[in-house]
Design a binder for this molecule. Structure first.
Ligand code: TRP
Length: 333
């Protein structure tokens, strides 16, 4: 039996990269009869960077709304908020005693986020990967869908699982496997095919947000950077053409086709012919998600009730794993 766990931070705008790189794959996993899926909104991670306290609860609901709108079914998967399960933080402390400072110092995300002034970075930012390991191990998750940029954190979770097992002479925590899934694990900017699509990019024209209207989607695709060549008939023909490769990848992921199939359809055509079809496809696939997300946001009570059911299911696993961990570690009870 697989246990799949993943999470997203409640920080601003979700975009096409979050949908194609993560959510769309999460939806597919819940139809695996051998998998149990747990999807959380990782609000405790969000507060490791500066954030608006007045917005946190709503941003948390919005991510949950996006999960459900994208097709995560609360009857099949548990959807919950990280901070409502105190066992995540409790296990984090236990794991923190086994996490080596030297390994945490080598985390590239910490180095990027702390920047030049690492001395002033908060302990929470430094310990971020330990909390992430706790998110995973508190459910004994076996599979963790993540982006490339999170693989190093997952390596630390695997390391902590085996350190624990070795130190206490048990075979308790499984080794969580990273799952890099889908046709479009890396979605690039519409303006520069060598940069990741990102919520922090200055220009909104670089990304398609899950809240964009059909008009905005059309405008952004029309203005997306391309090159002067017609589309090739095979993947090799996209070498050295990062923007063309990105657009074909996005089309393929949205259409549930392979890139090869998409190229066969467009071979020899110009972007002037490709773009209108791409706009229709993007609007067809994304508009229903945006509409559902808005409907959910208009009915926060419904989101809250889904989150409360989800956390009940998650907590029953987490409390058992924590109790067993404490027992193995020799705590008084
Ligand atoms: N660090 C992850 C990210 O920024 C989010 C995250 C936190 C996560 N806890 C997790 C992802 C546990 C997978 C499993 O993308």
């Amino acid at each position: 039996m697989k246990r799949i766990l993943s999470g997203m931070q409640p920080t601003s705008q979700l975009h096409l990269g979050n949908y194609l790189g993560a959510l769309k794959n999460w939806v597919a996993f819940q139809d695996d009869p051998n998998a149990q899926c747990l999807y959380c909104v990782v609000d405790l991670h969000a507060i490791t960077a500066s954030y608006e306290a007045a917005n946190l609860a709503n941003a948390t609901r919005e991510i949950a709304a996006a999960y459900i709108a994208a097709g995560i079914d609360p009857d099949k998967s548990s959807i919950f908020v990280q901070s409502s399960i105190p066992e995540h933080s409790q296990l984090m402390w236990l794991l923190a005693t086994m996490a080596q400072m030297g390994k945490l110092e080598r985390m590239t995300q910490f180095k990027d986020k702390a920047g030049k002034n690492a001395e002033r970075a908060g302990l929470g930012l430094f310990a971020y990967p330990v909390l992430m390991a706790a998110d995973i191990l508190i459910y004994k998750a076996t599979h963790v869908p993540v982006g490339e940029d999170q693989k190093q954190h997952l390596e630390l979770a695997r390391d902590l699982a085996s350190t624990f097992n070795t130190r206490y002479g048990v075979d308790f925590f499984p080794q969580p496997e990273p799952v890099i899934a889908g046709v479009a694990p890396r979605v690039m900017s519409l303006r520069d095919g060598t940069q990741k699509m990102s919520k922090s990019a200055d220009s909104d024209m670089t990304r398609i947000n899950l809240t964009d209207t059909p008009d905005m989607i059309a405008k952004k695709i029309k203005k997306a950077k391309t090159d002067a060549e017609p589309l090739p008939e095979n993947l090799a023909g996209l070498d050295g053409r990062p923007e063309a490769l990105n657009l074909i990848t996005l089309y393929a992921a949205l259409a549930d086709k392979s890139k090869e199939e998409v190229l066969l359809h467009f071979a020899g055509k110009q972007f002037g012919q490709f773009k209108p079809e791409f706009i229709d496809l993007a609007v067809e696939k994304l508009s229903p998600i945006t509409t559902r997300m808005n409907e959910f946001m208009d009915d926060p009570a419904q989101i809250d009730s889904i989150l409360s059911d989800g956390s009940e299911k998650a907590r029953s696993i987490a409390s058992e794993v924590l109790a067993k961990t404490q027992e193995i570690m020799g705590f008084y009870s």
